[in-house]
Design a protein around this ligand. Structure first.
Ligand code: CP
Ligand code: NVA
Length: 303
């Protein structure tokens, strides 16, 4: 049987997402009330990270352990992947030993190749193109604070990067309107823009994007792998900083989100990320709960 994977937000249906987010909220409440829930007993998650991570690594590992299973961290430095063993061979071998694999890598095609040869579910833990797990937490957080996101206006300000691409996919799956403001040359992938035409509005104007928004989200100006472009990007992106002035164009009860890690004074001012509209800490915590719901869904262990 071909396993279900979670490589992009198009891998689940709208109904499946509704159930999954509701389940994430339920699992969070169970954890906060001290309920023991161990559906992943004897299950093993392999975690391949070719880039750094704090939240994704810790939330997946904690999710497995809290639910009775275990997780192993595999860096290319310590595995044969880093010495050139083909992805296909690694996928075949690992998936004969573990129950699920998460992969954080550069090219999205490498993740797809891994998934093609894996006998167990594969989860995208971030590629250069997408970061779908983060969107599960973002949507859960929005719902917890404000209710349904359907029909709301979300503003993405900054780089047309992996997070922006996942927001574009999320606009289709969760039925919200997305306004993207990015500088020329840093706009999201053109093919994806064409696929998402009906739900996104693309401009170079952050004020236009943020005006009347219910949610404002941004991310670093230089993603992992783009470190050497940092100073050039800092100049180009300076007008895209999410600060109090920019937030004043959004609805008065608009939320601010950032997937983290953040650079205060660059893409976001300290007063916004540490201010009353920011929900970044709940958003980060929800990585744990939404990924438990995702693992439960993919491992088919719901009780
Ligand atoms: N937001 C996020 O994915 O953070 P990490 O890079 O720390 O995993
Ligand atoms: N766009 C960022 C997200 C980090 C979670 C990066 O890819 O580095």
């Amino acid at each position: 049987m071909t396993p279900r994977h979670f490589l992009t937000l198009m891998d689940l249906s709208k109904d499946e997402f509704k159930t999954l987010i509701a389940r994430a909220i339920e699992l969070k409440s169970m954890q906060h009330s001290g309920v023991r829930y161990e559906p992943f007993k004897n299950k093993v998650l392999a975690m391949i990270f070719e880039k750094s991570s704090t939240r994704t690594r810790v939330s997946f590992e904690a999710a497995m352990v809290q639910c009775g299973g275990s997780a192993m961290f595999l860096s290319p430095r310590d595995t044969q992947l880093g010495r050139g063993e083909p992805i296909e061979d690694t996928a075949r071998v690992l998936s004969s030993m573990v129950d699920c694999v998460i992969v954080r890598t550069y090219a999205h095609e490498e993740l797809e190749r891994f998934a093609k040869y894996s006998k167990v579910p594969v989860i995208n833990a971030l590629t250069d193109m997408y970061h779908p797990c983060q969107l599960l937490a973002d949507i859960q957080t929005y719902i917890e604070y404000r209710g349904s996101i359907q029909g709301k206006k979300v503003a993405w300000v900054g780089d047309g990067n992996n997070m922006c691409h996942s927001y574009m996919r999320a606009a289709l799956q969760f039925d919200f309107e997305l306004a993207v403001a990015s500088p020329v040359g840093y706009q999201p992938n053109t093919d994806l823009v064409n696929q998402c035409r009906d739900s996104i509005n693309l401009s170079t104007d952050p004020i236009q994007a943020v005006t009347d928004a219910d949610l404002v989200s941004t991310d670093v100006w230089a993603s992992m792998g783009q470190e050497e472009e940092h100073s050039k990007r800092a100049q180009i992106f300076a007008p895209y900083q999410v600060n109090s002035r920019l937030m004043s164009f959004a609805k008065s009860d608009a939320l601010f989100m950032h997937c983290l890690p953040a650079h205060r004074g660059e893409e976001v001012s300290a007063e916004v990320i540490d201010g009353p509209q920011s929900v970044v800490w709940a958003q980060a915590e929800n990585r744990l709960h939404s990924q438990k719901a995702l693992l439960e869904f993919l491992l088919g262990n719901e009780e």
